[in-house]
Design a protein around this ligand. Structure first.
Ligand SMILES: Cc1cc2nc3c(=O)[nH]c(=O)nc-3n(C[C@H](O)[C@H](O)[C@H](O)COP(=O)(O)O)c2cc1C
Length: 191
């Protein structure tokens, strides 16, 4: 249980309608400790490809500022992302690249938690280390443990309702969210 109201946002790294990572993300509000709300961040789907010329000629696209404002206003950010070719999906990388160029870079001092899901057995472990590395450069504060790698995800979710039917996975996520609440209270800028 959190000692104060914590407003957390989640960013889904997959744009796909039937995304497994989105299913895990959608389950988070029901698994969060008392006092923690988790809402989806504004979408990065409309971001153009990062190009410094666009930034310099026409400024930051409006959706970039919208996402950055939501990150700044949140007590913490959770990434729910697939692994693409052992790293970040291009869309998510592009989104982070855009917001990272803003003057008030929104990830500075921001508590971060990472979750990944994959139909494969490793559950996207490798994307997490690349994302951690990026968060390190951006001076965010990334929760170390517990780590959430949802391997063989197709067998752990109900593809009709999108619910996580595997109790072990649900419990691990609950533990991470509880740890994240304490982490935010200890280290978060508003803590
Ligand atoms: C371009 C691409 C690269 C992928 N690379 C990996 C990978 O490195 N590791 C992995 O576990 N799965 C990989 N996959 C499979 C994804 O984990 C799988 O498509 C997953 O369902 C994507 O997440 P989503 O369901 O949230 O969209 C890759 C898929 C795509 C489209």
């Amino acid at each position: 249980m959190a000692n104060r109201q914590l407003n957390v946002i989640s960013i889904c790294g997959s744009l796909r309608k039937g995304s497994f990572n989105r299913m895990v993300m959608n389950a988070l509000p029901g698994l969060a400790p008392a006092g923690m709300s988790i809402k989806e961040a504004p979408s990065f789907a409309a971001f153009p490809l990062y190009n410094a010329d666009v930034q310099n000629l026409t400024g930051f696209p409006a959706p970039v500022n919208t996402l950055a404002d939501a990150i700044r206003a949140a007590d913490g950010v959770i990434f729910n992302t697939p692994e693409y070719n052992f790293s970040l999906p291009g869309g998510l990388k592009n989104a982070i690249d855009w917001v990272s160029r803003l003057k008030e870079q929104p990830f500075v001092g921001k508590p971060i938690a990472i979750q990944s899901a994959s139909p494969g057995p490793v559950g996207g472990a490798r994307v997490q280390y690349d994302l951690r590395k990026m968060m390190c450069f951006l001076d965010a504060l990334t929760l170390n443990k517990p780590e959430i790698f949802v391997g063989s995800v197709a067998s752990r979710v109900d593809d009709k309702t999108g619910e996580i039917k595997d109790e072990t996975t649900r419990n691990l996520i609950k533990q991470q969210l509880e740890a994240f609440a304490h982490f935010i209270e200890r280290h978060g800028a508003k803590g």
